[in-house]
Design a protein around this ligand. Structure first.
Ligand SMILES: C[S@@+](CC[C@H](N)C(=O)[O-])C[C@H]1O[C@@H](n2cnc3c(N)ncnc32)[C@H](O)[C@@H]1O
Length: 289
């Protein structure tokens, strides 16, 4: 996209914001994302069933998807990696059937596109605060759209699910937010349902310390949240200018204790299982809520 930088130098400043939108549109052109998916299909590292699933998955990526920065192979690999963890969690806690699936936060369907092919008989609910993401999921992945509420305590979907996937939301919440979210999931899980969610653990600390990944919090917040994590199993810093939304670090012990309060018991854990990055947990209800 070097031509965008060249163009930027030629155009008046007032037009620069529009260039970002143009860049997002160009990098998510359907022909481009289709080619990126085809390139990943040629990857010899995929298992036969993963290749088959990927083959079936839609390749449209929304220009508004903040999780896509132009590398389609990585985008689709992250979806496949989520499915790999979900399969492992299902092996650990088999479900009699998967009829109702919730993806919250669905974003623009990075994982949902795989889920709806993996469970073709199931009904899907896609929920997020990002309304454009929810609308995109409804249009492209046959999901029932539900706009979420920033406060899970006052949010209800009015039904329970066999499978709940929550990719990278605990990772952004403070102590109170995580506890509310876990309670929300417990209220929305069928008695023999499975909740799978991801968190930031040791691998993220490593990436932060080596400055290998930009997490978007102020540089001076990094050491304190790691210190708090080491002391209490939990660290959190807001994004600059945000309130109760930023980056959390959570140890497995802290997560297990917080989940137990909502009647949830662990059935699966894979350290940095999602894309060799976020920790992945599977929980089921041990007490009716
Ligand atoms: C890192 S993104 C992950 C999106 C998606 N799971 C994926 O993997 O592409 C975090 C998402 O959480 C959403 N979010 C934040 N607070 C939320 C809430 N209370 N309810 C639902 N979604 C929320 C944001 O809008 C954003 O789309």
């Amino acid at each position: 996209m070097d031509y965008i930088h060249k163009l930027k130098r030629l155009l008046p400043r007032g037009l620069h914001p529009h260039l970002g939108a143009v860049r997002r549109r160009l990098r998510s052109l359907p022909a481009r994302t289709r080619r990126q998916k085809e390139q990943l299909l040629e990857n010899t590292g995929l298992q036969p069933q993963e290749r088959e699933l990927l083959r079936q998955v839609k390749s449209e990526i929304s220009p508004g998807d903040g999780m896509y920065v132009g590398d389609g192979a990585h985008y689709f690999k992250v979806g496949l990696s989520a499915i790999r963890c979900i399969e492992e969690a299902l092996d650990a806690a088999p479900l009699p059937f998967v009829k109702q699936v919730l993806d919250l936060p669905c974003g623009h369907g990075r994982v949902l596109r795989f889920l709806n092919r993996r469970f073709p008989e199931a009904k899907f609910t896609a929920s997020d605060l990002d309304r454009k993401g929810v609308d995109f999921c409804a249009r492209h992945f046959c999901a029932e759209p539900v706009y979420s509420d920033p406060n899970p305590d006052r949010f209800s979907l009015g039904r329970r699910f066999d499978l709940i996937w929550c990719g990278s939301l605990v990772t952004h919440l403070n102590d109170r937010g995580i506890r509310s979210l876990l309670a929300f999931f417990a209220r929305h899980l069928k008695p023999d349902g499975l909740l799978i969610f991801t968190t930031h653990g040791e691998r993220v600390i490593q990436l932060m310390q080596n400055q290998e990944f930009e997490y978007g919090i102020a540089a001076e917040s990094v050491a304190p949240i790691i210190e708090a994590y080491r002391k209490e199993g939990f660290g959190f810093a807001d994004y600059p200018g945000a309130s109760a939304y930023g980056v959390s670090l959570t140890s497995p012990e802290w997560i297990r204790r917080a989940a137990a309060v909502s009647g949830l018991g662990e059935v699966y854990f894979r350290a940095h299982g999602w894309d060799d990055h976020q920790d992945v947990y599977g929980f089921t209800l041990v007490e009716a809520v």
